[in-house]
Design a protein around this ligand. Structure first.
Ligand code: GDP
Length: 310
């Protein structure tokens, strides 16, 4: 298989497969489209958590234990802010802060989010293209039993404790697609579109809610393959299974596949799971604890795509 590949990704789970793909493909064959739904304005700064997790992971500077932020981080800014009575519920490390300050400065100077983010990633040494899904704000709102919460208030401040009733992707319907993301999805020789094992509601649906991107995916001749973030009835990390139960869905790979029905041509689930689906499936090892496991899953997914295309 020689054509280019596009991967749609959130933060932690998606970034693991994105790293595996980045290590087995030539850099100019891979575009990763980052979830915009977690982005928000905080302390006067534009923060793009999933983009930054992907950028730091692919640059080899991520804090892999926490799953967010930078390795070897210090917290003097947060401590000083706390002393002044500032808002500290969202943790920003000293080194990480530079990313948000520089991004915000350049956005205010008139550059687009796509331009700024691609350049920040290049400066950190990324050779694959990490593309923003949109240059317009797309903001995930969580409908809970207690009312509507902006994503970070739900996820960080309330630690995913409120019971979820649904999601709204504010701004998505009218959002222009990120030009680099759209260009990548429209490549005529595309070999695969990979939906990473990310939270479908919080990480993938905000991308799919941007009409031009969803249309480009549906319209592409390339096989669209999703990988289950649910393994043996549980999320590997994070609230995916809890949210599924609250929405009345069984936390199973089959329910994930049904969530993407009509869009995907193939589905990858863990070898210890089973699902009776009416699309081709691949059962393989999907736990990506090591770099080898990430590369092995990336290879398996691309091999599956090549068989589907052939
Ligand atoms: P977030 O934006 O940081 O929440 O990250 P994502 O949405 O990209 O990833 C969260 C999802 O990744 C969760 O549903 C996890 O179950 C899943 N996940 C994390 N690690 C793995 C793994 O090694 N294998 C698989 N299959 N899923 C994983």
């Amino acid at each position: 298989m020689t054509g280019p590949v596009v991967a749609l990704s959130g933060g932690i789970g998606g970034a693991k497969l994105a790293l595996g793909l980045a290590r087995i493909l030539e850099p100019d064959r891979l575009t990763i489209v980052a979830n915009p739904g977690d982005d928000f304005e905080h302390l006067g700064l534009t923060i793009c958590p999933d983009f930054d997790t992907l950028m730091y992971t692919l640059a080899g500077v991520a804090n892999t234990q926490a799953g967010w932020g930078l390795a070897e981080e210090t917290w003097h800014f947060m401590a000083a802010l706390e002393r002044l009575g500032g808002e500290t519920w969202f943790r920003l490390g000293d080194r990480d802060l530079a990313t948000h300050v520089e991004r915000t400065r350049r956005l205010r100077a008139g550059e687009s989010l796509t331009e700024v983010n691609i350049d920040l990633a290049r400066r950190l040494g990324l050779r694959v293209l990490l593309a923003s899904a949109s240059d317009d704000p797309v903001r995930t709102m969580v409908e809970t039993e207690g009312g509507r919460l902006p994503f970070q208030r739900y996820f960080v401040e309330r630690a995913c404790e409120p019971v979820v009733r649904g999601f709204v992707y504010e701004g998505a319907a009218g959002a222009r697609p990120g030009p680099a993301a759209l260009r990548a999805l429209r490549q005529p020789d595309l070999a695969a579109i990979v939906i990473c094992p990310s939270n479908p509601f919080l990480s993938i649906d905000p991308i799919l809610a941007i009409p031009a991107l969803r249309f480009a995916i549906a319209d592409s001749a390339a096989p669209v393959i999703a990988i289950s973030p649910i393994v043996a009835g549980q999320a590997v990390k994070g609230p995916t299974a809890k949210i599924m139960r609250e929405l009345g869905l069984a936390p199973t790979p089959a329910a994930i596949a049904r969530h993407y029905a009509g869009l995907i041509d193939g589905f990858v689930l863990d070898e210890r799971d089973a699902a009776d689906l009416d699309i081709p499936t691949l059962a393989t090892a999907t736990l990506m604890d090591t770099l080898e496991a990430k590369k092995a899953l990336a290879r398996a997914v691309l091999g599956f795509a090549a068989r589907l295309a052939g």
